[in-house]
Design a protein around this ligand. Structure first.
Ligand SMILES: O=C(O)CCC(=O)C(=O)O
Ligand SMILES: [Fe+2]
Length: 429
């Protein structure tokens, strides 16, 4: 089987500082080279960095795909889509090679990110907005499962001027992005555009791989999508401010939308949980935050270098809406971040449905949506998650002070139509 060509190694190991367990089993390396030559699956590049200390996990060796220039619905698109689905169902994650343009862009973005995070706290802290959740999040400000994360973040959501009708109508989460400077803004927006192109291709391949026939069956959801990105920095494990839990960068969680495209530097810190029997999380109904954070069934995602362009490749995981849409066929991937012996920089780009869209489960993965579930108003799910993660942020306080959740309820009710009282539309407050 093709998808067994690049397995995740199965042996849990306890790591000590700076030691990386060899992740490649020689037997399947041979198998990859001799049995499955394919222009779309390439031998993975060498791993870099080392696993964060005091974490127990398998070391992943991820399947690596190269995306075509364009997805047109050809036989090779179909077979790539099927292999992607197989890999997600087995591993919960895969990698794609960056295009040279993405590689160059990512390198510029890492430089900008470092430049911003190295500024004094007082200066960074000015870049917040009380209408959108865009902007600076200090280390220790974000909560996952009620515990402070050590991640330091600049969040980018849709950058909307005050004149936008949704901002005027006080839709929660809608407002400008408080950029630190024009150069940073251009760099991050350009990066999002490039990652978004991959997101659209991946959704088209996913639609084909699910057997939907029409490559555009899923991209209909992402017209004017609520794509957003987190620019992340993690402190060195012994240089934290003491607000969180030792060694924990971000607690275990799932992300909210369709796809997560993540890029990391050469330090290492990301862990994912492979789909496992009996672990069907429904984060839109009951929080998946903190799920099995401390057990041993995690897979470390080592940074790898793109052998063609000498840049890191991006890893891809699934969000809550993809799980809901596919009736658990493609479960949202739980993941967490550990702190390492060096500070770490990363990007997490979220390819999302339109804020106002109602996501409905696919009927047997066929075109038509089923009527047995009311659907989820994506903007409600997103807002609920951000209200939970940043209860003390000025944005959350303004949402409460101006009762913007009622505005959201009205928007969701209109989008959901007759099914509006169903649980999927509920606004948690
Ligand atoms: O740091 C990473 O690699 C992933 C971060 C993450 O999970 C997130 O921002 O939601
Ligand atoms: Fe995440």
């Amino acid at each position: 089987m093709l998808r067994r060509a690049v397995p995740i190694s199965t042996q849990p190991v306890k790591h000590s500082f700076g030691v990386l367990r060899p992740a490649v089993a020689p037997s399947w390396t041979r198998c990859l080279a001799t049995v499955h030559p394919s222009p779309l699956i390439t031998e993975p590049p060498p791993v870099r960095g080392s696993m964060p200390p005091n974490h127990v996990a398998r070391v992943g060796r991820l399947t690596t795909f190269a995306l075509p220039q364009e997805v047109v619905g050809s036989q090779s698109d179909l077979s790539l889509g099927q292999r992607m689905i197989d890999t997600w169902r087995k591993d919960g994650i895969f990698q794609i090679f960056l295009t040279p343009a993405q590689g160059a862009m990512l390198r510029r973005a890492f430089k900008s990110s470092k430049g911003f995070f190295r500024r004094p706290y007082e200066e960074k802290a000015k870049h917040v907005d009380d209408r959108s959740f865009s902007g600076y999040i200090a280390s220790g400000e974000e909560l996952t499962d009620g515990v402070a994360d050590y991640s330091e973040i600049f969040t980018v959501t849709k950058d909307l001027p005050p004149t936008d009708p949704r901002v005027q109508a006080k839709w929660p989460c809608h407002g400008p992005c408080p950029w630190p400077d024009a150069n940073y803004a251009t760099t991050m927006k350009d990066l999002m555009t490039l990652l978004g192109e991959s997101g659209e291709k991946l959704l088209k391949l996913t639609a084909l791989g699910l057997g939907l026939g029409d490559p555009n069956a899923l991209t209909k959801l992402t017209e004017d999508g609520w794509h957003h990105m987190r620019v992340l920095r993690f402190p060195q494990v012994d240089r934290t401010n003491g607000k969180g839990k030792a060694g924990r960068g971000i607690g275990s969680h799932t992300d909210y939308g369709l796809l997560v495209i993540a890029g990391q530097d050469d330090v290492g810190g990301l862990f994912i949980r492979r789909p496992m029997d009996g672990e069907k999380l429904h984060n839109w109904e009951k929080s998946a935050a903190g799920f099995k954070e401390n057990d041993e069934n995690w897979t470390y995602v080592p940074p790898v270098e793109n052998t063609l362009t000498v840049f890191p490749v991006c890893s891809h995981i699934l969000g809550d809406m993809m799980q809901y849409l596919t009736r658990d066929h493609l479960p949202s991937t739980p993941h967490k971040v550990g702190l390492n012996t060096r500070e770490r920089y990363a990007f997490a780009y979220f390819h999302e449905p339109n804020f106002s869209s109602v996501v409905k489960p696919l009927r047997d993965y066929g075109h038509e949506a089923s009527n047995d579930k009311p659907g989820i108003h994506y903007g409600t799910h997103f807002t609920n998650m951000f209200m939970r993660n940043y209860p003390e942020r000025i944005t959350a306080k303004r949402v409460k002070a101006e009762n913007r959740m009622q505005i959201l309820k009205d928007i969701a009710n209109e989008a959901l139509g007759p099914a509006r009282d169903a649980a999927g539309a509920s606004v948690a407050m």
